[in-house]
Design a protein around this ligand. Structure first.
Ligand code: FES
Length: 59
């Protein structure tokens, strides 16, 4: 995972998303997680941080 300056958290590689019983419901590769709170597709980044002029503490 890589925190991007004033942007998302980039995830490289394959990640299993599991339900509360631990069953894999989806597997995704190479995606970005929102950390600005403005995405309409949370937990994923949809680019909304740019329009929101998101500035992370310490970048
Ligand atoms: S970090 Fe990209 S939409 Fe939130």
């Amino acid at each position: 995972m890589r925190v991007k300056p004033n942007g998302s958290i980039g995830v490289t590689g394959s990640v299993d998303f599991v339900d509360k019983e631990g069953n894999v419901v989806e597997t995704k590769s190479d995606f970005s997680l929102c950390r600005c709170g403005h995405s309409a597709n949370k937990p994923f980044c949809d680019g909304a941080h740019k329009a929101a002029n998101f500035e992370a503490e310490g970048n």
